[in-house]
Write a protein that binds this ligand. Structure first.
Ligand code: HEC
Length: 393
């Protein structure tokens, strides 16, 4: 009953997280595009950055960006913040429900570091808080050195990826990497962009001069967020592709793919501002393809080469020892009430049917058994792999 309830909470939080994330990223892309698309002409009044006309949903929109006090302050002003806050809050809830409540399965990899659940949770939370502190300090120190900031922050992120992938299970590391960057992005909204906007509005209402630095700082943080978006999206869905998460140089792949996302965003930002440079897009995509080839040629040789295949009874014993606590119609593992992804290995037929997928997850990479609590050895994996490669008879 409790496990079912948790599974529902988990599903609801994930649903909310995706919905809020889409709303946030959608509005972030829209405002980046809008800012870059505003055009000023001879008739543009002073204090106005530019105007934009658009057509959508059967009507015409006229947007205008005021850099200082609009002639009269509107009675109703829309703020964009709950998309970001909801994304973060639901994300933290998910992180807690899955990775912290289930730390021994999802977060800890005893082959890397034999942490206790509380140690792992402490380290994870420390990375998230530390990430924001480092990011915010760098923003302040390098406020006027945009390029240097980008290089240093990127180096910090690569170091974090290296650290996390050597501390946590692979998927735990990827999720924390996404959460670290996502926390910096929400921190920007909560601690810089929105408070600065409040100060601007308050000054305007009092008829006092507005410090233009306030708006500029906010805008810079929102530009940072824009460049980090694609990397976060990639990291957040990464547990669907163990070819990346379980690669031995996964931290380097994170760096390359994250950078390619930023370069691709840069192409669109430049294009929207009227500076179309297809070479930027080509570079971004080339970087991604380069990462892919690098990953392919550095993937270790199959473990089962030259190994004697296990016999079928041995295979059954291995699956019984390492898998069916979860992958069964009646799982016995705490927290599981149904076979994960509907995949059960209770019968010989099921084991044979799923053999290629078993190979993927327990031999080609080591993403199963999840958390490897039963200590499946490399030798067992190799012999299981040899059995599957020999036709799974
Ligand atoms: C602690 C529980 C647990 C154990 C033990 C476990 N798994 Fe899994 N397995 C999961 C979960 C949860 C998922 C779904 C999430 C995912 O795909 O990563 C999953 C997914 C899979 C998938 C992907 C299914 C699909 O959709 O194609 C395969 C294959 C798999 N496991 C194989 C194995 C094998 C082989 C073993 C034993 C060597 C094993 N698992 C042990 C929990 C477990």
């Amino acid at each position: 009953m409790l496990a079912d309830l948790l599974a529902w909470a988990n599903m609801a939080a994930r649903w909310l997280h995706v919905i809020a994330g889409i709303a946030w990223i959608g509005s972030s892309f829209y405002f980046m595009w809008l800012d870059a698309s505003l055009r000023a002409g001879p008739d543009t009044p002073k204090g106005v950055q530019g105007d934009l006309w658009a057509v959508h949903g059967g009507g015409f929109y006229h947007k205008r960006k005021y850099l200082s006090v609009p002639p009269d302050m509107p009675a109703e002003l829309h703020w964009f913040k709950w998309e970001a806050y909801t994304t973060w809050l639901s994300g933290i809830l998910l992180l807690t429900l899955i990775y912290y409540a289930g730390a021994s399965v999802y977060l800890i990899d005893p082959a890397k570091l034999a942490l206790t659940p509380w140690q792992a949770i402490g380290i994870g939370a420390g990375f998230l808080a530390g990430g924001w502190l480092v990011y915010d300090t760098l923003c302040r120190l390098l406020a006027h050195r945009v390029r240097l900031f980008a290089v240093v922050w990127f180096a910090v992120l690569v170091a974090a990826a290296f650290g996390l992938t050597h501390i946590f299970s692979n998927r735990g590391a990827f999720i924390h990497m996404g959460a670290l960057i996502g926390t910096a992005m929400v921190g920007n909204v909560f601690l810089v962009i929105i408070p600065n906007q409040r100060r601007i509005v308050a000054a305007m209402l009092k008829g006092e001069p507005v410090d233009p630095a306030l708006g500029k700082k906010g805008k810079l943080r929102s530009v940072h967020n824009n460049y980090m978006t694609l990397a976060v999206l990639f990291l957040m869905v990464s547990n669907h592709y163990p070819i990346v998460t379980d690669h031995p140089l996964n931290w380097l792949l994170i760096a390359g793919i994250g950078l390619s996302g930023a370069v691709i965003r840069h192409f669109f930002n430049e294009k929207n501002a009227g500076r179309k440079n297809p070479m930027i897009l080509v570079n971004g995509i080339a970087l991604f393809v380069g990462v892919m080839f690098f990953a392919l040629i550095t993937t270790p040789k199959p473990a089962e080469a030259g190994v004697t295949p296990a016999s079928f009874p041995e295979v059954q014993a291995m699956i019984g020892k390492h898998c069916t606590a979860c992958h069964s119609a009646t799982p016995t593992h705490r927290g599981f009430t149904a076979p994960p992804n509907g995949v059960a290995y209770d019968t010989p037929e099921q084991i044979r049917t799923y053999a290629p997928r078993i190979y993927q997850r327990a031999v080609a990479n080591h993403s199963m058994p999840l958390g490897n609590e039963t200590g499946m050895t490399d030798e067992e994996r190799a012999r299981l792999g040899a059995w599957i490669k020999a036709g799974a008879q």
